[in-house]
Design a protein around this ligand. Structure first.
Ligand code: GLA
Length: 732
């Protein structure tokens, strides 16, 4: 049992393996947040709530002449507009009379085993004995507006999945202007916030900022979760480190515009919240209708960031990713993008495939440029018909040729987009997002199809399934290469345009669900100009996502480091590419590129025909090593051993098997130094009493887990910049 209700005090306690979360319907029925953190048992924590006279604090009418009871500074589970809470609230609705006030009070609750799914939305899933769900229903004091707050507790992962359903039982319609997924009020302001911002080719760089007076917000208004911020925020103790202290992850299972913020208030409390970005959003709820927010997954790490990340990794690998490739071995692939860009034909692809096969690869992926009129990015998107001038004889002979080699075949699509120079756009100019009477903004010369339209989805399903059924295709890279603007749908009336962005996401999710159900053996990889939509929403459909268009091994150190705070290594597609690197011009050793790419879902993005024999044998060794270590690297526990942004001299991380009998340590020295001080790396997560053999880079040692963790391993001297060393650590 994970959910406890004390009837006398109307207190709910959610208990995971290491944490407690407590809330209470107080004497007036307000749902107060009492506690979230390391487990506290047998205690009602309502003594933490005080009611000082704050002045300028509005009091609800049912408090009579008591001027000390106000929502202005109470810790609330789901605050609402117009109730006297002046902080950023979780909910705002506008009634048909124009009023926007609510006063939500406790109405009912229900506990059930397992975890419900969310209608039309991606979400964590769990069996009846893996989770327990609490539904708390609040009701507006003056109307028939109900809010159902859901809390699914997954004890094994120290996780609580939260979402809200707003139900309109009034006779008229109302407009939801804001409905966040989760909001938690913490006592005190002694917190830091970790956020994961960046830009194209530099995604998810971790930064740590103290909570300060006012509001610290990260958000996307781009219609996608974006390269620029990730729908993931961590609130943590000021003293929290990788191994110590308490931290709270707020991860939104959504791929569209979002907000996440930490806000301090007058009473030195901190509100942390996450949800759909209310900017540009509104949703009309007719009488009897419901609106369901996306899910937010909260993980509390009681032993530092590492403990939180490892729980997210396991939870998302096992209870968010779905389908055959949740557990089936993923192929080591060769992608032709950086090898050829748009300049390829069937002969070129077959030549790459032959070489790739000889080196031990499992798949050839044909990237952008195979369809319509597509010799550059000016045209062709939307025309999902094979360009037979390029691929003579069509797709089938090419795919047959590649599968005859013993390789799988993968293909690239960018279904959500349309080029103005395309037959699709000429036939259906109204299918894209555009504001009437205005020219839409172009980006990469392309416009965005309105995924909220059933006819658009039907066309895409038809074209994609025709291509996928026409040959033996076992992988799809689903790309999306621009931010959304002109978010206006021709199908919606003017007063409902605030729904267009969210309807786009619901439509996209529906299409993904349908196509993936129709092709259950195909591995889908997500992509958005690299990692522009690297979020849990997409992980529900794609077990791996292209991490970044920046394939430079040194740049990837920070990108993969930041990504690892929430997302498992198995989700981060990472490829070895040619040097000088196409994004940075940097030349790094082959071994370093391999070591970094093996930190994710591994593959190559180069023309093997242009490699030296030495490089080819390096590839053979890398692929063989990756395959040997596949289980460990894909499902092991991930330990960040330093912060490569803070300490730019080196990066180190390790993966340890769950039985602690095997580990791989990866180390990259960034810049070489004259007369370097010895670099000692302390492992984590091993069994202190166990003897291990350590092999790698000229090292062969037998040491105990205690020696490796507490005394550490001396890194060999690595002359030259950007060198890597990897060590296999095996219990003996
Ligand atoms: C995006 C992707 C790349 C590649 C190109 C093709 O930028 O991230 O990997 O597929 O599109 O146009």
């Amino acid at each position: 049992m994970a959910i406890f209700f004390d009837e006398g005090s109307r207190t709910f306690t959610l208990r995971t393996q290491n944490t407690s979360y407590q809330m209470q319907a107080d004497g007036r029925g307000a749902l107060l947040h009492l506690y979230y953190g390391p487990a506290v048992d047998g205690c009602c924590l309502d003594y933490l709530v005080t009611h000082p006279d704050k002045s300028f604090a509005p009091c609800p009418s049912d408090t009579g002449l008591d001027r000390n009871y106000s929502f202005d500074a109470l810790p609330l589970e789901y605050s609402c507009q117009g109730s006297g809470d002046f902080r950023n609230t979780a909910l705002e609705v506008v009634f048909s009379n124009g009023g926007n006030a609510l006063d939500l009070r406790f109405h009912a609750h229900q506990v059930s085993p397992g975890k419900p799914s969310l209608p039309g939305l991606p979400a964590v899933y769990a069996g009846r004995d893996e989770a327990e769900t609490l539904k708390v229903t609040l009701k507006d004091r003056f109307s028939e507006v109900y809010v159902h707050l859901y809390y699914s507790v997954l004890p094994e992962f120290d996780a609580i999945a939260r979402w809200a359903v707003v139900e309109n039982r009034t006779n008229g319609s109302l407009v939801v202007q804001n409905a966040l997924s989760a909001s938690v009020d913490f006592f005190g302001t002694e917190y830091d916030v970790l956020t994961f911002g960046g830009r194209w080719a530099k995604e998810r760089l971790m930064s740590r900022t103290p909570v300060h007076n006012g509001r610290l917000e990260v958000s996307s208004r781009r219609g996608a979760s974006s390269h620029h911020q990730n729908p993931f925020m961590v609130l943590c103790d000021r003293t929290a480190t990788e191994e110590q202290g308490c931290c709270y992850g707020f991860s939104l299972v959504y791929s569209g515009s979002f907000t996440a913020f930490a806000e301090t208030d007058q009473m030195d409390q901190t509100r942390a919240a996450v949800g759909i970005n209310p900017q540009g959003f509104s949703w009309t709820l007719g009488a009897g209708e419901c609106f369901t927010t996306p899910e937010a997954v909260l993980v509390c790490g009681t032993a530092g960031f590492g403990s939180m990340s490892r729980n997210y990794h396991k939870l998302y690998r096992e209870h968010l990713c779905r389908g055959k490739y949740k557990h089936a071995r993923r192929p080591v692939l060769f992608n032709n993008w950086e090898a050829t860009y748009f300049r390829f034909d069937e002969e070129k692809l077959l030549a790459i495939a032959k070489e790739a096969k000889a080196l031990g690869a499992d798949m050839l992926v044909m990237d952008d440029g195979w369809f319509g009129k597509r010799d550059n990015d000016l045209s062709g998107l939307g025309d999902w018909y094979v360009n037979e001038k390029k691929l003579r004889g069509g797709l089938k002979p090419l795919v047959d040729g590649i599968t005859a080699l013993g390789l799988g075949f993968g293909i690239w699509f960018e279904p959500e987009m349309v080029s103005e120079d395309s037959d699709l756009y000429r036939a259906h100019p109204d299918w894209c997002l555009r504001v009437p009477g205005r020219e839409p903004l172009r980006s990469r010369y392309q416009l965005v199809l309105d995924m909220g339209r059933p006819d658009v989805r039907e066309y895409l399903f038809g074209r994609l399934s025709a291509i996928l059924s026409s040959a033996d295709i076992s992988y799809v890279k689903w790309d999306m290469n621009r931010s959304m603007t002109d978010v206006y749908s021709a199908l919606l009336p003017p007063g409902r345009q605030g729904e267009a962005g969210h309807r786009y996401m619901l439509g996209l999710y529906e299409l993904l669900e349908r196509i993936e159900a129709a092709f259950p053996d195909v591995l889908f990889e997500g992509c958005s100009g690299g990692g522009g939509r690297f979020d849990p929403g997409m992980l529900y459909y794609h077990p791996q996502i292209w991490c970044s268009d920046d394939t430079d091994a040194i740049e990837r150190l920070e990108i993969q480091y930041g990504t690892s705070f929430c997302y498992p290594a198995s989700a981060m597609a990472a490829h070895v590419s040619a040097v000088p690197n196409h994004q940075t011009g940097r030349v790094t050793p082959f071994a370093t590129r391999g070591a970094v790419a093996m930190g994710g879902a591994f593959g190559y993005e180069l023309d093997p025909g242009k490699l030296s024999d030495e490089e080819k044998s390096a590839i053979k060794e890398q692929i063989a090593a990756f395959k040997r270590q596949y289980e460990l690297r894909s499902y092991g526990d991930y330990y960040r051993l330093n912060n490569p942004t803070e300490n730019r001299r080196y990066a180190a991380w390790a993966v340890v098997s769950s039985d602690r009998r095997q580990a791989v340590l990866s180390y990259v020295s960034v810049l070489s130094e004259g007369n370097p001080a010895p670099q000692i790396i302390k492992l984590r997560g091993l069994d202190a009493a166990q003897q291990y053999q350590v092999v790698g880079k000229g090292v062969c040692l037998t040491l105990t887990g205690a020696a490796l963790m507490y005394a550490g391993l001396v890194m060999p001297e690595l002359p030259g910049d950007h060198q890597a060393a990897e060590f296999e650590i095996t219990a003996i």
